[in-house]
Ligand binder design. Structure first.
Ligand SMILES: Cc1ncc(COP(=O)(O)O)c(C=O)c1O
Length: 369
């Protein structure tokens, strides 16, 4: 049955990507899979389960609400909330038995005063050059670690950092961040031998085993998306999401007739168009106006005219070689042809992450084998 806007999600692909990532880890490092933003648009709960089946021993999210959502769905195991937390969010994260990130004494004080039934597991964040969360002063980070270790109701679970340019192969900022973190880890580990040091995102994990430390935090690669924006097949990653619509109408166009708002495409010769009932209300962005292909009948067809909220138009050519009800693939494979998220991202001058995160709730997600 055709469906208006359907994302087919393959949890099996997530599990296989995780197994591959795990196989690449060095020195016994563990795999933490990042399932924030509803699993990068793929569905957090099914992807969390798939990640665990693929060997992930940790999960990470950005918000306390995301941790609660996983627990409510029955997800067990260690969950790290990586984001900044208000007081209420801190309480919520602790209630979800999630681990938290700290980088200043005030937050540690608030944490130490919590009244939960188990000690809070805390990770101290050093900002080695991302310029976002964390303290950029290693002395302050060590001081925060001391305070956590000394607090009765807190446990120093780990130390972490985050790379700004791991996806820019050959840059000099990444090795500099790595060196700063390595020096910090060596010092804190001497005082607190059991902690888990973690730094690598997907790009760092694939780029440099020296970044693996005790654990890597992979998001994008677990979903089979390439962190470097290249074809995922080149790194043996298996995309876990396909986006499908269908041909709702087939129409003949004469020269001079236009399609869509603003008449941004006009027929120059007799041709046929297919109308697909999917649009920017589904996350198929308006920037794709006259700017992407869609697969119908196993062939690439150019999207022509303005992307509207609920419809797009696709040129079939001189022959109306598609019929109402035919499936149309916007991301994924049909016959010999393939459209990757990375291709769509390039068209939009953005990254694959934003393409999948941007698919709206109106797109029904179904699990596929
Ligand atoms: C702190 C942190 N660690 C790890 C990740 C995972 O990154 P990636 O999806 O590039 O693997 C993210 C994602 O943005 C993050 O914010």
């Amino acid at each position: 049955m055709p469906e208006r806007a359907l994302a087919r999600i393959r949890p099996g692909a997530v599990a296989r990507n995780c197994s591959r990532l795990r196989a690449a880890l060095t020195g016994g490092a563990e795999l933490c899979v990042v399932v924030k933003a509803d699993g990068y648009g793929h569905g957090a709960v099914s992807c969390a389960r798939a990640a665990q089946a693929g060997g992930a021993s940790w999960l990470a999210v950005a918000t306390a609400g995301e941790a609660t959502g996983l627990r409510r769905a029955g997800i067990e195991g260690r969950i790290l909330v990586m984001g900044a937390l208000t007081h209420d969010e801190m309480v919520e994260a602790l209630a979800a038995a999630a681990e938290l990130v700290a980088w200043n004494a005030d937050f540690v004080r608030a944490l130490a005063a919590h009244r939960g039934d188990r000690p809070a597991q805390v990770h101290v964040k050093l900002d080695t050059g991302m310029g976002r969360l964390g303290t950029d002063d290693p002395m302050e980070a060590r001081g925060v670690a001391e305070k956590v270790a000394a607090a009765k109701r807190l446990r120093l679970a780990g130390v972490m950092t985050h790379f700004a340019t791991a996806d820019e192969l050959g840059d000099e900022h990444f090795p500099a961040q790595l060196e700063r973190f390595g020096a910090f880890v060596a010092r804190v580990r001497a005082e607190h031998p059991g902690l888990v040091a973690h730094a690598a995102n997907s790009a760092a994990t694939l780029r440099d085993p020296a970044s693996h430390f005790d654990m890597v935090r992979c998001g994008v690669a677990a979903y089979g998306l390439d962190p470097f924006g290249e074809d995922p097949e080149l790194r043996d990653l298996e995309p876990a999401l396909e986006l499908e619509s269908y041909v709702a109408a087939v129409k003949r166009f004469h020269p001079g007739q236009s399609a869509g708002y603003g008449r941004r495409w006009t027929a120059t010769e007799p041709t046929w168009l297919a109308v697909l009932p999917i649009g920017y209300g589904d996350g198929w962005r308006r920037g794709l106006t006259n700017n992407c292909d869609v697969l119908i009948g196993g062939r690439r067809r150019p999207l022509v005219g303005t992307v509207s909220m609920d419809n797009v138009t696709v040129e079939l050519g001189a022959e109306a070689d598609a019929a109402v009800g035919d499936p149309a693939i916007l991301i994924g494979r049909q016959g010999e042809e393939r459209i990757t998220c990375e291709e769509v991202a390039r068209r939009l001058d953005t990254i694959n992450y934003e393409v999948t995160c941007g698919l709206s709730r109106r797109v029904r997600r179904v699990e596929a084998p």
